[in-house]
Write a protein that binds this ligand. Structure first.
Ligand code: NAP
Length: 295
């Protein structure tokens, strides 16, 4: 029998902890942590993600600001908005929701964000600090995976960890976090991507498998080593006429066939997704407490 790694319940626990810390701040006469989110355009998934972040802020007692711009915004205007948010003394952190319209260079926008307010942890300075094992903002989704492993006491030391997907926001930073000398950490990491040969053979050796591909149901039960821990980061909206929303969320793991082979597994939804928001809030509170660079 496998353990279901419940990201929703774990996130609720973290939110309760954050609420208490906010209350402590208020008791000391300090202001509420303040997160802003910039949403460009009207992409349905992005709107949902941003709304969930704003709602989560309210739940834990943060102040939040939602800044909406049309998809026709020019890059120079968005850069100007980023600069004004960098200088806003009332703001502890902000995010610019991805993806951005094609005419905007997302890297240029990312690099314009003040690293001290980069609570998504995507800026080169924060990624570099992570690589050097220095304090800083960790990217929210990889940090959420690490926190789940920590809170579920999953042994990682010396384990073979296989990560499917090498994006800058999930797979690559997670490979660094799992390989570094820390707990959780000390894994032997294999980072796979679309050019990896004999992918199945790598997966079959995994004590810990992380799927972050964006390919619904890609990972099949017959590939899984007995007793492996499987973390499914994938979240793809798949059309489903039977639901009011018109879609369902699917992970990269075929849960039904994979779960019986596992010692522990995350579901989709309710696994890594809620943890991403929790880590974003954690980063924002650390910023408010001036603790993000180890202060
Ligand atoms: P991405 O930027 O599209 O990267 C996908 C990665 O998968 C790439 O490295 C790609 O390889 C690799 N890949 C694609 N097909 C493959 C195949 N057949 N075999 C091996 N590797 C393959 O995606 P992402 O932004 O990392 O997101 C991945 C998934 O996680 C998506 O479903 C996304 O929605 C989800 N996600 C969830 C959260 C959350 O909070 N739960 C947060 C972020 C992302 P190449 O590099 O060679 O192209």
């Amino acid at each position: 029998m496998y353990t279901l790694i419940d990201g929703k319940a774990t996130a609720a626990q973290i939110h309760a902890e954050l609420s208490m810390e906010v209350q402590n701040r208020l008791n000391q006469g300090l202001r509420r942590p303040h997160l802003a989110a910039v949403l460009v355009g009207h992409d349905g998934a992005s709107q949902t993600y941003v709304n969930n972040k704003i709602l989560a802020c309210e739940r834990v007692g943060f102040r939040s600001t939602l800044i909406k711009r049309e998809s026709t915004i020019r890059e120079a205007e968005l850069l100007e908005l980023v600069r004004s948010l960098n200088h806003d003394q009332e703001l502890d952190g902000f995010i610019v929701q991805l993806p951005l319209p094609g005419h905007i260079n997302a890297e240029r926008i990312n690099e314009a964000i003040d690293p001290a307010k980069d609570v998504d942890g995507f800026h080169a300075i924060n990624l570099g600090r992570m690589l050097l094992n220095l304090p800083g903002y960790l990217p929210a989704t990889p940090a959420g995976v690490i926190e789940l492993l920590r809170r579920y006491n999953i042994e990682t030391e010396g384990k073979n960890c296989v990560i499917l997907g090498r994006s800058h926001i999930v797979g690559s930073p997670l490979s660094v976090l799992l390989a570094r000398s820390a707990t959780p950490g000390n894994c032997t990491v294999t980072l796979c991507h679309s050019k990896t040969q004999n992918l199945m053979e790598h997966i079959q050796r995994a004590d810990i498998l992380v799927a972050a591909l964006g390919k619904p149901g890609f990972v099949r039960g017959e590939w899984i080593k007995k007793g492996a821990v499987v973390v499914d980061v994938g979240t793809t909206r798949v059309p489903d006429a039977s639901r009011a929303s018109g879609y369902k969320l699917m992970g990269d793991v075929d849960f039904e066939s994979v779960a019986p082979h596992c010692s522990a597994i995350t579901p989709v939804p309710g696994g890594v997704g809620p943890m991403t928001i929790s880590m974003l809030l954690r980063n924002t509170l650390d910023s408010a407490n001036q603790r993000h660079y180890g202060g």
